[in-house]
Design a protein around this ligand. Sequence first.
Ligand code: 4NP
Length: 153
Amino acid sequence: MIRVLFVCLGNICRSPMAEAVFRHRVKLAGLEDQIEADSAGTGDWHVGEPPHHGTARLLADNQIEYDHCARQLTARDLNHFDYIITMDEANRRGVGRLGKGRARVAALLDYAPHARVAEVPDPYYTGNFEEVYHLVSQAADGLLAAIREEHGL
Ligand code: 4NP
């Protein structure tokens, strides 16, 4: 099993959206027995909560299923997952503070070469969930293509 973990700050807006969109793409590709996805936050403020209503609305509008309860990133995740995909530089520093593991840490938008930004803006502050959905959708395709190529799937 190839394991992918999406990481943001609160685990209620960006990373649950990325997880759901990526998992949807994996399912469409018929690869759910080979690739699994999860998400976590570097902060603990929202542990146990469902996705933010902005994320929930965008996913529902696009007929993407989700089932997520916010959790905090742990040092164990750095060895359990193959890929840790961060939304912005602060998330990356948060991952780094937990140490090192075998997971490869990369920025989500490294997989969206045509995006005009390098970090996913935080909709908790901007209120712009559509922008996040657009960025996440582009990157999900790129990430899945990269994983398929790397693992010959
Ligand atoms: P997220 O957004 O990292 O995309 O889930 C945030 C959610 C909550 C907070 C910050 C960002 N917060 O400070 O509570």
